[in-house]
Design a protein around this ligand. Structure first.
Ligand SMILES: [Zn+2]
Length: 286
C-alpha cells in the first residue's frame, strides 16, 4: 500500500489480542476476530474504501464474513466477498442495497465528520453480489482456538444478530441496543419484529448473556467523527429493558420528532434513559 492510500484508510484499534475494530470514518464500525485457522469479519461497512486491502494488513488467514444486520452502513460492502452469512430475515434488505442509497448515507454522515480523509465520492460500485448464507442463534463459529457464539437480537431489523467472542469476553451487538436504536422501516412496510416489545426481549436476552461478556460494542463506535473506539456503558441493556417496559405501559412519554434519514421523512418518537435511546414510529409502538 502506498503512503497516500495508507493515510486514507480508516482508523483501526486493537481491542484485544488479535481483535480489531475498524472505524469507517464515523459511518459505522466493523470488527475482525482472528483465530488460529481463520478470521471472522463482523459487518462490511458502507463500502467507501478498499476493505480487502485493509484486511490483508491485519491477517493472512481466510476471512469468513457475517452481518449483524442488513442496513447500508453494515452490509453496504458485501460486494467485495463471494459468501456472506446473515440471518435470513435480513437477506432481502441486504440484497436491495443500491449504490445511490449507500452514497446518500455516506454523504449525510461524513458531513458530521470534518476530519474524514474521504468524501461520499469514494463509495465503491460493486459489479456483483455475494451468495447470502443463513446464520441462526445457537450456532458457534470455530475460528481455530477461538469461538464466537451467535445470538438473535431483532428489533432494529427483523434479522439482527449479535456475536459473542468467548475468549475475549466481548459482545458485538450491531445496532440492536444502543443510545440511538432506530425502529424505523425507511419507507417500506414495518416488519412485525420491528417493535418495542421485540426490542425489550432483545434487551432481556443481552442481560441474560452478561455473565459471558465484559464489554459490549455496538456498530457505531466513532459515530459522527468521534475518534474513540470505546465499548458501551454496561448498563445499556438494563436501561433499554426498563425504557421499553415503561413506553409500552404508558409510564414514559416520548418526545415527538420528525426524522429525515437518507431523504425519507416521517414522524417518530424519541425516548432516552441512561445509556439507551430509541427512535420509533407509530407502527413500532406495540
Ligand atoms: Zn442499522
Amino acid at each position: 500500500m502506498d503512503f497516500e492510500a495508507m493515510m486514507k484508510m480508516p482508523q483501526v484499534a486493537e481491542i484485544g489480542y488479535n481483535t480489531y475494530v475498524i472505524n469507517e470514518y464515523g459511518l459505522d464500525a466493523m470488527f475482525l476476530i482472528v483465530g488460529d485457522e481463520k478470521a471472522l469479519l463482523i459487518d462490511t461497512g458502507t463500502g467507501v474504501f478498499d476493505l480487502p486491502m485493509l484486511l490483508k494488513t491485519l491477517t493472512d488467514k481466510p476471512v469468513q464474513v457475517v452481518l449483524t444486520h442488513g442496513h447500508p452502513d453494515h452490509a453496504g460492502a458485501i460486494g467485495w466477498f463471494d459468501e456472506v452469512y446473515a440471518h435470513p430475515d435480513d437477506f432481502e434488505m441486504a440484497q436491495r442495497l443500491s449504490y445511490e442509497g449507500r452514497r446518500i448515507y455516506a454523504k449525510s454522515i461524513l458531513r458530521m465528520n470534518p476530519n474524514a480523509p474521504i468524501t461520499a465520492d469514494y463509495t465503491v460500485r460493486f459489479e456483483k453480489q455475494p451468495k447470502l448464507l443463513p446464520l441462526f442463534e445457537g450456532e458457534t463459529i470455530d475460528l481455530g482456538g477461538r469461538h464466537v457464539m451467535v445470538f438473535e437480537t431483532p428489533g432494529h431489523t427483523p434479522g439482527g444478530l449479535s456475536f459473542l467472542d468467548v475468549r475475549e469476553r466481548i459482545c458485538i451487538t450491531g445496532d440492536a441496543c444502543n443510545g440511538n436504536t432506530l425502529l424505523l422501516s425507511f419507507g417500506g412496510e414495518p416488519h412485525p419484529k420491528q417493535t418495542l416489545s421485540t426490542l425489550q426481549k432483545t434487551a432481556e436476552k443481552l442481560i441474560s448473556l452478561e455473565p459471558l461478556f465484559d464489554r459490549n460494542y455496538n456498530g457505531h463506535v466513532g459515530y459522527g467523527g468521534s475518534a474513540f473506539c470505546l465499548p458501551q456503558p454496561y448498563s445499556v441493556s438494563r436501561d433499554m429493558k426498563s425504557l421499553c417496559e415503561d413506553l409500552l405501559a404508558g409510564n414514559e412519554k416520548p418526545e415527538e420528532q420528525s426524522f429525515d434519514i437518507g431523504g425519507k421523512e416521517g414522524k417518530s418518537y424519541h425516548a432516552l434513559r441512561g445509556a439507551a435511546g430509541i427512535r420509533y414510529t407509530d407502527a413500532a409502538a406495540k
